[in-house]
Design a binder for this molecule. Structure first.
Ligand code: ADP
Ligand code: MG
Length: 264
């Protein structure tokens, strides 16, 4: 395990060379960053939970025909993925106003948007991931016109699916971030969903109390971030409680021993 070649270490994950050409292993860390990595910390057990939540969502998305990089989960913190050429764009889908859009446009947090918004940010930490338009994407050839059509169509499908999935467990999907990549086959490439979908990159609010169940707990020093991530996993049916009943908070070692094995 330790002899694998490390390809990249990011803020939340490490990429290792995979067992076959064209594959990578994505290792989920407990490290958390916010505000363009100005704030750093760890969320105990986050890597384990995000690995499992992302596996769950990517698997379900593939069942509705959204192509993804996910191949299979290897262990508590690692998953095997297809290597792609990452499109240097962060795709943000917003249903409710929160975060940077509130500051930028003077909106009140929690205000439902008149309709779903897709925003694009240039993926460059040194520049602070600036907001860009499709004009910029075309101008600098970060993605082609048809690629952008595929990306936007997939983002909407993913949003529709995830809104329903979370609503069913009393969670409001406020917004979320996606990354896409190119999978090359000879001279041709197609766009597939890459990276991860987890409470690190989603805003998830309890439908009844508006309690935040995502990385905003860390950004805003609200505390209880591990428990919030666990709560999302629990409601998705990925953690088992002793009595099978709803949610007393489990400590991470406990939670780990209770992660349900993958179905199949
Ligand atoms: P970052 O600090 O850049 O956000 P992360 O800690 O999220 O990094 O690590 C994941 C990195 O791997 C990201 O830069 C992401 O764009 C990239 N990545 C995600 N999925 C794939 C993939 N299938 N192939 C290649 N690179 C990927
Ligand atoms: Mg990242």
């Amino acid at each position: 395990m330790s002899r694998r070649r490390q390809i990249y270490e990011g803020k939340a994950k490490i990429l290792y060379e995979g067992p076959e050409p064209g594959t990578l292993i994505q290792y989920f860390k407990d490290d958390a960053t916010a505000f363009n990595a100005e704030k750093k910390g760890t969320i105990n057990g986050k890597g384990v939970i995000n690995n499992r939540i992302s596996e769950h969502i990517f698997t379900r998305l593939s069942h509705i025909g959204v192509p993804t990089h996910f191949i299979r989960r290897l262990n508590m913190r690692e998953q095997l993925i297809r290597q792609v050429e990452i499109v240097p764009i962060e795709v943000v889908v917003r249903n409710v106003a929160a975060g940077s859009i509130c500051k930028r446009l003077g909106l009140e947090e929690g205000q439902p948007l008149p309709h779903t918004l897709i925003e694009y940010y240039y993926k460059d930490d040194a520049l602070g991931d600036p907001l860009i338009s499709e004009e910029h994407i075309a101008c600098f050839n970060w993605a082609g016109h048809e690629e952008m059509q595929d990306i936007a169509a997939m983002a909407i499908r993913i949003n529709d699916f995830m809104c329903g999935m979370f609503a069913a467990i009393d969670i409001r999907l406020v917004d979320f971030k996606l990354e896409f990549g190119r999978l090359w086959d000879g001279d041709f490439s197609r766009i597939i969903l890459a990276d991860e979908i987890s409470p690190d990159g989603c805003r998830l609010w309890d439908l009844n109390t508006n309690e935040k169940l995502d990385k905003d707990r860390f950004r805003r020093d609200l505390g209880g971030e591990s428990e919030a991530y666990q709560e999302v996993a629990r409601r998705l049916g990925l953690l088992q409680n002793e009595d099978g009943g709803p949610g007393e908070v489990l400590d991470m070692d406990h939670a780990r021993s209770r992660l349900r094995p993958q179905k199949k």
